[in-house]
Design a protein. Sequence first.
Lengths: 323, 513
Amino acid sequence: MEFIKRFFNSFASPSSLHEAGILSMNMRNLDYVIKYNPRKLLPQVDDKLTTKHMAEKAGVDVPKLLGVVEYQHDIKNLGTLLKQHDCFVIKPAQGSGGKGILVIVGRDGDRYVKASGDTLEFEDINRHVSNILGGLYSLGGKSDVAMIESLIVADPVFNDYSFEGVPDIRMIVFRGFPVMGMLRLATRASDGKANLHQGAVGVGLDIASGKSLRAVQFDLPIEKHPDTGHSFEKLKVPHWDRLLKLTAACYDMTGLGYLGVDIVLDEVHGPLILELNARPGLAIQIANGCGIQPRLELIESLPNWNMPIEEKVAYSKEHFASV
Amino acid sequence: MKGRFQLSLAVIILIAAGLGLTLYKHFALGFPLTRGETTTVWSVEAEIQFKADGGPAKATLTLPDQQSGFRILNESFASPGYGINQFEDDGQRRAEWSIRKASGMQSLFYKVNLHPDRQQTEPLAPPVDENNGTLKAKPSLPEPYQTAANSLLERVTERSADSRSFTGTLIKEFIAKQPSQNTNMLLSMIDNRTELTNLLIDMLSMTDIPARVVRGLYLEDGRRRQPMVEMLEVYTNDGWILFDPETGVSGNPENFFLWQRGGKSLMDVMGGTASRVSFSMISQNVPSRDLAIETSQADDAALVDFSIYSLPLEVQNAFKSILLIPIGTLVVLIMRILVGLRTSGTFMPVLISVAFLETQLLPGLVIFITIVSIGLWIRSILSQLNMLLVARLAAVIIVVIGIMGAMSVLSWKMGITQALTVTFFPMIILAWTIERMSILWEEEGPKDVLIEGFGSLLVASMSYLLMSNPMVEHLTYNFPELLFTVLGLTLMLGQYTGYRLLELRRFKPLVGG
């Protein structure tokens, strides 16, 4: 009996969730993704190269594009291209889930040093690029394009909070208004990936200040990072205003009304747009400990929402402040 | 908002159309809603026998017409060597058997299949005045019977109000335990039912009440050599009404199949002697559905005429399983949209459940899990060789076929015949499932593979249980109109923006407690 009761208690009533303004998956799809993200605009976020070109054109900060290899016969130019750079990242333009990303952090004579410390021959890099072009990492095996980007050096501010990998910030941007944000930190449990349901830590961020609100792992609140043991209390994301403006600009750039923007903080260049997502998940609500729907509805109810980016950011900071 | 209104309207129309057509088919065309419902069909056989003279011979038999209470499904003639043709005589169908040369005993058969039916036919035409307003010359009886008849008619007229009560009262006089003197005299004229009927008709005609004789059969199962029974049909204010001349009961008796109207002969034989006709009958129980199809096709009901039933049997069988698929998709929709289960590939579970229909649930689950597990293991070996996706998929398909073959041979040798059904699994789907699962394994880890695999198998099992239900199969196959309803429900689910069941659990920490 007790077990059955506990089981039923593990479900919230729909009305209580509704009151808390929790956005459901069905409503996200029907009332936001389908409504505000026209299908014809989606290819620009599916292909990272298109996104990058658009960002560079719009003046939105992204990791610098060092070069592109489009066809197999372009690979012969790879050598001259790579000679100029000590560290770089090679990634497929249409890859998913971080597959096919090769990070080179330095040189050891003629050899290239990977993030893990292993070294590669130039031939190995050649083959990797060739595999990318052949579609080894793209969805459906479509032939792809290899992008060579400058290496991101993570801002040391997060060093105490991250087990491995570069922490990133996910911001939901609705009609150009930053609505809700969270910081994703890899853990040992998540195997260095910033994926919440694999055990990465999600830290809800105050839109007004960039300060941490609360942190969750596996959907449950935690006080300290499980691996480094650091408390999240004092965590504050630097360059917060710049970051907000950067995310807001992504709407003007893509025209996608309901957008998930992934940002990394580079030690030198500050916030950079890493990736855009036209179907951002709902876990951000759990990390923030509150529903996103009232914020979305507030923006939908604005009679004149088409204002300059600065005003949008100011509006968000005023209305979506949590403390 | 306007679009949503239109969608709601479409949903309502679709659901109503599906249910409406189904109910129409059930109530108007007689399609049974449940399986195994049977209906009685009567087979009545008329056998004409006569001794042919050796020259040309010809026999005619009056044939029954469609009537209220019964429905003629089909009829057939059997008579070796005879030519048969049907013609219309005085509004009555007749069949004529003819032969150039015949000798000895001849047997001619006519068989009609009937189905008791609540349907009403159009009311019969009122009596035709062939002689310009005056009914044909009134019959008269030889004296002293005419005088007795006249006084009896007078007596009955006084005690009745209209044609109907008049007939009833008249018959009562004849069947009374102690008949009056006049009646007794008239009764002495007759000694069988036929003569009684004819006398009653004569007497009714004397009072200008149109009446005619009707012949028919009482249907009783397994009867042979049943006689034709005469009935009296009288034209009243309510139209033609049947009376039983020996009981006075009016209205169509139960199980009375009307064969012929009017006093014409039932059968004529030329070129033969000692002719007689006898009737035998038998009742059969046939599935209501078969009957409904037959009658609807006979009626040219468009819903049936342009339906799956008009297709060749082989194609019909294919549709039997095709029409089940929407039920599976509906289960997928409910489990994904309302419950929030994750499945591997959107409609893969439906295809798996179709395979389960052939393998049965438990063997199917075992086979599926075995193949996918072995496939995942081999796929992990393949992924160590860098390969392009298309080639990798092709390799997985070949491996799956190999596993299927090995499983069949091994299980056959070990005497487990259930495993032979492995061939019913669509191998392309298996290969895709393996590919998807292995990508999921690499990207998200084994936990997600288990969750997705469990979700897929749960949905597949549920839709299998629904699809294998004989009731569901009966409804989807015989009422394909229900597709409209399923489509309507699908459109409705497509608009659902509420929480999924599993989201109630996922977001529980956000509302405390």
